[in-house]
Ligand binder design. Sequence first.
Ligand SMILES: Cc1ncc(COP(=O)(O)O)c(C=O)c1O
Length: 400
Amino acid sequence: MSFLSETLSRVKPSPTIAVTNKARELKATGKDVIGLGAGEPDFDTPENIKAAGIRAIEEGKTKYTAVDGIPELKEAICAKFKRDNGLDYTPAQVSVSGGGKQVLYNALVATLNPGDEVIIPAPYWVSYPDMVLLGGGTPVAIEGKLENSFKITAEQLDAAITPKTKWFIFNSPSNPTGAGYSWDELKALTDVLMQHPHVWVMSDDMYEHLAFDGFRFCTPAEVEPGLYDRTLTVNGVSKAYAMTGWRIGYAAGPVELIAAMRKVQSQSTSNPCSISQYAAVEALSGPQEFIAENNKAFLRRRNMVVEMLNAAEGITCPTPEGAFYVYPDISGCLGKTSAGGAKIATDEDFATALLEETGVAVVFGAAFGLSPNFRVSYATSDEALKEACTRIQTFCAGLK
Ligand SMILES: Cc1ncc(COP(=O)(O)O)c(C=O)c1O
């Protein structure tokens, strides 16, 4: 019998972290590598936020805190939900964890029983299915089609719901596609959910503030107040505030669910880093102008990447509404052989050959549950992106 648990054997390591590590290793050997795999902004954490962290250290705020967040941060989170989303929550409805990842994990572990199904629109953030498996549940993917900008329809959602469905995980703007649901598109989904009162909604709003071209972000509990009592609205400071390493994520929802999540956290990791919590208070309550500034750079990069990838032979790249990803389709590249002699039968073959022959690191679509595609994270410098897209164009032109 294996020493490792059966549950763990069903889970795979994060492919995005694997690509980032592989790119790092190749770089360390002196290879000219451009990493487009990492899901984090290249910007530095704003000075006022860093200063709040330093102040917390100097003031000795370095002890254990309340398990699921200091009162100041919970207050700031309630104010944020009111300000940005029109949602009323009290501190007892809020949970703070070590990143959005831990929030989602706590919620799933706290609620899933064997046989429970969790509906996940594909392509999805790589961790959702594996977290569901770790929680003992069964992930059920629904495919968003390229023709519909990778978004699922109300009919697809309705058809996927069974008596065993416990959660529907919603993520807009999406990792990996950047696709954002409009109010009407989301309303069509929430109308379906209103007819299935046993299904809870986990809305991962991590990319809320990364939206372009006037796209108006909306979240399920806002679009359909009737879902408020069975929705967990998840967010965090990692992406919008360039704070990935600080590890602060949070969620708001029904008190009983929040208490259950606190129980998981209290017996596993306890409070998230005290210093990071004070920095997060400043992030959520301090000046917000730099978000729009950063978005100007992201928009410029998105436009350049979409244009350059669409100019590559065999690639079709939709223009997404938000996040910092694009998810080009590579149907036109399959069945060919690269200049270096690699057969391209799958998107994984494409990504492997691209890295080995050109030094450009992207994550293959199968990792996100929808092929044949790859994900580009354009949260890197304009120069690096231009060079990477030029290399992708040359790679595609060399496919025979
Ligand atoms: C959709 C989505 N949700 C959650 C997370 C987790 O973010 P955090 O770094 O706060 O754990 C990520 C990070 O990549 C993400 O892309």
